[in-house]
Design a protein. Structure first.
Length: 258
């Protein structure tokens, strides 16, 4: 809905102006991680739900302790991943692949499955592929890459390809279609498990949506740009490509391509 208004039960966190954390909404709490919509709902209703489950008052020591533990050991992870906040400074020492986002993702269709129905709640186990091959189309700027079939796990392969091909310039942006038929432009992260982007989308676009974003960027069909700038969307390939080219031009990266 593009707004945070608890009195009207609106709990969006994508808008540009949103900066709330658990600590800002509840000053007695220590956590300063920016809240996602999940964290907002937990912030406002977690104690009430726990109290109902435990049959104790909301202000009881048990409910208070469990509320804090559940946020610190479960919900904060969701907030951080959703907002692109790195767990460590620099490259992580090990891969963390069993977080909640990964588990939900494993229930979705494989990227190259012809049936892309995401409403099926459970799926049979699918053994991991030993090799994944996907089509690459490098833009004439030399730093942009298009995946005509979206959804494939491209990050690790991209970094390996950069090394193998000894590319003169690091790739900055990736274009791909989403499951709805719209298009995304995503910044390449600095590492396979990093939340830091090589070239985030322009700061003025971040947290802006739909027609307001289209007018601001001067590009028809814009859908959104994430508040961290790591990804944006457009209704068409041409629009997403123009968002990518405009990002390169504004940052002075690569050459303009036709």
């Amino acid at each position: 809905g593009g707004e945070y208004d608890p009195e009207r039960h609106r709990y969006d966190h994508h808008q540009r102006s949103f900066t709330q954390s658990m600590r800002s909404l509840q000053p007695s709490k220590p956590w300063t991680t920016k809240l996602s919509s999940a964290g907002l709902v937990y912030c406002h209703f977690g104690s009430e739900i726990l109290a109902g489950l435990l049959g104790q008052p909301e202000d009881s020591p048990v409910v208070t302790a469990l509320y804090d533990k559940l946020y610190e050991n479960f919900v904060e992870e969701i907030d951080a991943i959703d907002n692109g906040i790195a767990q460590t400074d620099g490259e992580p020492r090990y891969a963390l692949t069993t977080n909640l986002s990964a588990r939900v993702g494993h229930l979705n269709p494989r990227w190259n499955d012809p049936d892309q129905d995401t409403e099926v709640g459970t799926r049979p186990h699918v053994p991991p592929c030993s090799h994944i091959v996907f089509p690459l189309q490098v833009d004439r700027s030399g730093v942009m890459l298009e995946l005509p079939q979206g959804g494939c796990p491209w990050k690790e392969h991209l970094f390996n390809l950069e090394k193998e091909l000894a590319l003169p310039d690091l790739l900055q942006l990736v274009l791909f279609p989403d499951r709805s038929g719209q298009w995304r432009v995503q910044s390449v992260p600095v590492g396979p498990r990093s939340f830091e982007s090589r070239l985030p989308l322009p700061e003025p676009w971040r947290g802006v949506r739909d027609e307001a974003l289209s007018q601001l960027a001067g590009i028809p069909g814009c859908v959104f740009v994430h508040s961290s700038g790591f990804i944006g969307g457009n209704r068409t390939r041409e629009g997403a490509l123009e968002m990518a080219r405009r990002t390169l031009a504004l940052q002075g990266v690569g050459a303009q391509s036709g």
